[in-house]
Design a protein around this ligand. Sequence first.
Ligand code: HH2
Length: 288
Amino acid sequence: MDPLPQIVEWPAGRLDFSAAPLLMGILNVTPDSFSDGGDFFEKDKAVAAGLLMADQGAAILDVGAESTRPGSLPVPADEQIRRAVPVIRELAPKLNIPISIDTCNPDVAEAAVHAGASILNDTTALADERMALLAARYHLPVILMHMQGTPSTMQLQPHYENVVQEVKQFLWQRAQYAQSIGIPREHIFLDPGIGFGKTLEHNLQLLHHLQEFVQLGYRVLVGVSRKRFLGQLTGRDHPKERLFGTAAATALAVAQGASILRVHDVEPMVDIVKVAYAIAFSHITPNP
Ligand code: HH2
């Protein structure tokens, strides 16, 4: 397969992969996200947090208005729009990095795009055809994530014969589908969906074999930040105590070729990504 271009451009944005993997800063405008629910529920706090993450080195800002933590229920589209759109509308003109919208609802996605978002982060990998058509129509990059089940029940009894093969096959098929409706390969990012219908063992298997996902020929995004499997390994019950666990998993994902790391704590992860990437790929990122 041809190598992917270092610079990925689309009408409303651009990502430069030439120096090092990129950080996606998480901005949850929710009252109930698993680690930062309520922290950025007010618009002004959310905008300030977004600007800070961009300043700290985030290359993408991922705005989400619906928690997908285990056991959570869907948030109606109009409520997601009420939460996310004012924040995106205010942030977009102030940022020189793209905003992604973390939703599987096409109405939310379209409202977010009209407000200034230009990447679709879909935890259901374009299960709703309208998401795919939206991405194709506006030439938007898409993040295709794997999830077994739905957030409300996904952690009850996750089961796979071979988690790595099954998740890889699913993502490959979704990527083929995305390309078949006109989304180019460099606009497709694959994500194994750490914590989405997976036991500790499943998460570790996926992260251990991450390189196999990179070998599918698409860029890979990984979201380990503060997640429960880190608490299971370290005994740290509070998500905000999982910074070092996040750092270890992030560094090892970088070493296996991940291109985008979705994180809450942008500032420390900048250094972690640089060092991990330099060691793994003998690539020195110039300091500004
Ligand atoms: N993880 C979460 C949400 N969205 N999107 C992608 N592509 N990959 C992920 O791993 C991922 C995601 C869960 O984390 P967070 O947004 O912090 O929590 P919540 O869903 O409770 O808002």
